[in-house]
Design a protein around this ligand. Structure first.
Ligand SMILES: Nc1ncnc2c1ncn2[C@@H]1O[C@H](COP(=O)(O)OP(=O)(O)OP(=O)(O)O)[C@@H](O)[C@H]1O
Length: 287
């Protein structure tokens, strides 16, 4: 359905690599010259999942934005590289970014309402993406939009498709945004605090859904959260950031069950107050 969006960023001549995403020694500076991301490195294989945690201001969002080529004005890349499917993203032209952003690397953020047009039914917004960027005919796009809403667990999807954003709950809106994000069948999905505004039950449902979609589509997932329960539930590997630096990295289970760095230990201790045990059982599997 998305013929034409799977061109490789380097025109099909990229070397074959095991990792879909490879971030090496990434350095970002703020307009005042402060280095706000300092030497961050990580890899994500195709179909793999990575969580990024750290307190507010630790550099999680800027790291994610650099994967999308969407740094805020004044924030610049001072060093390092971001390679996606073998291609250096810093070398992409604006035209090449159009084939990558949204189509091969998609993102979902907190506050889904602000990403949707309030005066257009959500199904039409989703169908527009499928038509304009996915190349589907109007009718096909409409049908596919309803199918996607159904896959995202929305009951009576044809009715939901006709509703405006203000008629939907926060959890429903986030499902719509995830539907938009996966509509062009990306290989990497960046989810930045996607469940932060949702209540615990809906949060768990959305995380399970992301996990299921990842498995069925071989989608790689980068999940940013200040909440350890979220990454515990949805990621295999974990990166702990503090003041723009990686203080600890490794398999999510190992990092959370046996944190090595004092800062990670502190984060885990704080989170125990928020019932991390709800999601982690004693034999090391997800609850
Ligand atoms: N547009 C900007 N201009 C200048 N500095 C910025 C900008 N955006 C972020 N920063 C700074 O970069 C650092 C990292 O910010 P970032 O938003 O990546 O942190 P974060 O870990 O995502 O925090 P939060 O959990 O609060 O979203 C912070 O010191 C922040 O003040």
């Amino acid at each position: 359905m998305t013929a034409g969006v799977r061109r490789t960023p380097c025109g099909g001549r990229c070397p074959v690599r095991a990792d879909l995403l490879e971030v090496t020694d990434l350095r970002l500076t703020a307009p005042d010259g402060r280095e706000v991301v300092r030497g961050v490195s990580f890899t994500v294989p195709r179909g793999g999942s990575l969580g990024i945690v750290g307190e507010s201001g630790s550099g999680k969002t800027l790291t994610c934005r650099s994967l999308l080529g969407l740094l805020p004005p004044g924030v610049s890349v001072a060093g390092g590289s971001v390679r996606f499917d073998g291609a250096d993203l810093a070398r992409l032209t604006p035209r090449q970014w159009q084939d990558v952003r949204g189509a091969r690397i998609a993102a979902v953020f907190q506050d889904p309402g602000s990403y949707l047009n309030p005066s257009v039914p959500v199904g039409r917004q989703l169908a527009e993406v499928l038509r304009v960027r996915g190349g589907l005919r109007r009718r096909e796009a409409r049908d596919r939009a309803v199918e996607l809403l159904e896959r995202l667990g929305l009951h009576r999807p044809a009715l939901v498709a006709r509703q405006h954003p203000h008629e939907l709950s926060g959890g429903m809106l986030q499902r719509v945004l995830i539907a938009v994000a996966i509509s062009l069948e990306p290989e990497l999905l960046v989810a930045d605090e996607v469940t932060t505004a949702l209540d615990v039950t809906v949060q768990a449902e959305v995380l399970d859904l992301l996990d299921a979609i990842r498995a069925e589509r071989d989608l790689a997932l980068v999940v940013v959260s200040h909440d350890l329960t979220v990454v515990a539930r949805s990621t295999e590997q974990l990166l702990v950031l503090r003041d723009g630096e990686v203080v600890e990295a490794g398999p999510t289970r190992r990092v959370l069950d046996d944190p090595q760095h004092p800062y990670t230990r502190l984060l885990v201790e704080h989170h125990e107050a928020y019932a991390l045990d709800r999601y982690l059982d004693r034999d090391g599997t997800h609850a």
